[in-house]
Ligand binder design. Structure first.
Ligand code: FNR
Length: 349
């Protein structure tokens, strides 16, 4: 059953990124709130491309690039192949990679082989294991151990669980669960949403639980309410589609709340990566766009996709005069439209 659900997620996420929500190659991006983050153009700000370093650091972690393949899948034969292919692309481009939730492995150790390709194909890479807050400390150690993971992501997904008829309905103990896991594993714990965003209030609370970083994983890209609604004929929760904080709004809200921030959710192109870094993210993740390229064009296409994004990110940093990802935070940025209204309302600017 879990394997079927994982296959459904891949199918419906792929459909979301190919039927009307994703632009034709080379076309303008589907609108989202990243459009409301604009760089002030300074025509003489540019620097020399060879002076740019993409390296980034947070929570004692050093990555060669500020881009990673975010959590997606595992648990069925097909998703095992996808994990293998994602890991090959990560290895070829030097990207860190997260697996999808390893709950299937905790329920059925026979599914281990759908997760282990991530480490096998990327033996020297930075690998993040992924679990929910229901996992016990012992289970968390087992998941990290299976992949020899360098970090552990814990996802919080109350909206997705609510839309799923079989989903969890008790969330009050999740904070304690996160705290116990963070104390039990000897790798940094990163807490993430799954596309509905982490607010500043949430990040402040996470900082008190022993978590080392927060991936705001906001709305604007893959919508898990839509995915779960798409799994049934008569969705009960259609009105929850679009719920949540967008990734730029979450970054603004959660800045200076006690944890280094990662950004994901709705990242469409290298300009969105640059925008997220300018809003304070230490690194930027993508899931749906990478999955779609892999399913449509195979590993080679995904390697080209990632290589182009890194090449363009370097070009944008060169024209903005930012020698490193964290230097982008010094760029002049204008917020417009609803994002500006949100920031004013929340007293963030
Ligand atoms: C996801 N995502 C996800 N997140 C997580 O923490 N554990 C998981 O198991 C999954 N599973 C999953 C499956 C599929 C098919 C997709 C596309 C995504 C959520 C993901 O990590 C990310 O937070 C959101 O997809 C938003 O990013 P994008 O897709 O807009 O780049």
């Amino acid at each position: 059953m879990t394997g079927d659900r994982k296959d459904d997620h891949v199918r419906l996420a792929h459909a979301q990124h190919t039927t009307g929500t994703e632009p034709p190659p080379g076309g303008p991006p589907t609108p989202n709130q990243f459009d409301e983050v604009r760089f002030v153009h300074h025509a003489l700000a540019g620097t020399d491309r060879e002076k740019i370093s993409l390296a980034t650091r947070f929570a004692g972690v050093e990555w060669p690039v500020p881009l990673y393949i975010n959590a997606m899948t595992g648990g069925s034969p097909r998703t095992g192949e996808i994990n293998r292919d994602l890991a090959v692309a990560a290895r070829e481009t030097g990207l860190p990679i997260a697996t999808g939730s390893m709950s299937p492995y905790l329920k059925d150790p026979g599914t281990a082989s759908t997760f282990t390709p991530v480490r096998r194909e990327h033996p020297d890479g930075f690998v993040l294991a992924n679990l929910n807050a229901e996992a016990t400390p012992e289970q968390a150690r087992r998941a990290v151990g299976l992949l020899d993971a360098n970090a552990l992501q814990i996802h919080i997904n109350t909206v997705q669980e609510t839309v799923m008829p079989e989903g969890d309905r008790s969330f009050a103990h999740w904070a304690t669960g996160i705290e116990r896991i963070a104390a039990a594993v000897d790798v940094p714990v990163v807490v993430k949403e799954v596309g509905f965003g982490l607010s500043g209030r949430t990040v402040r609370e996470l900082a008190s639980l022993g978590v080392r970083a927060a991936d705001v994983a906001g709305s604007g890209g893959t919508d898990f309410a839509r995915i779960e609604n798409g799994r049934r004929n008569r969705p009960d929760y259609a009105y929850l589609e679009g719920w949540g904080l967008s990734t730029p709004a979450a970054l603004l809200d959660a800045r200076d709340c006690g944890l280094p921030l990662l950004a994901s959710g709705g990242v469409r192109n290298p300009l969105d990566i640059t925008r997220a870094l300018a809003l304070g993210a230490r690194a930027v993740g993508a899931s749906g766009p990478f999955l779609t390229t892999l399913l449509d064009g195979g590993v080679d296409a995904l390697v080209r996709h990632i290589t182009t994004w890194l090449d363009h990110l370097t070009s944008l940093m060169t024209l903005l005069g930012a020698h490193s990802p964290d230097a982008l935070a010094d760029c002049d940025v204008l917020l417009t439209g609803s994002l500006r209204a949100f920031s004013l309302d929340r007293d963030l600017v």
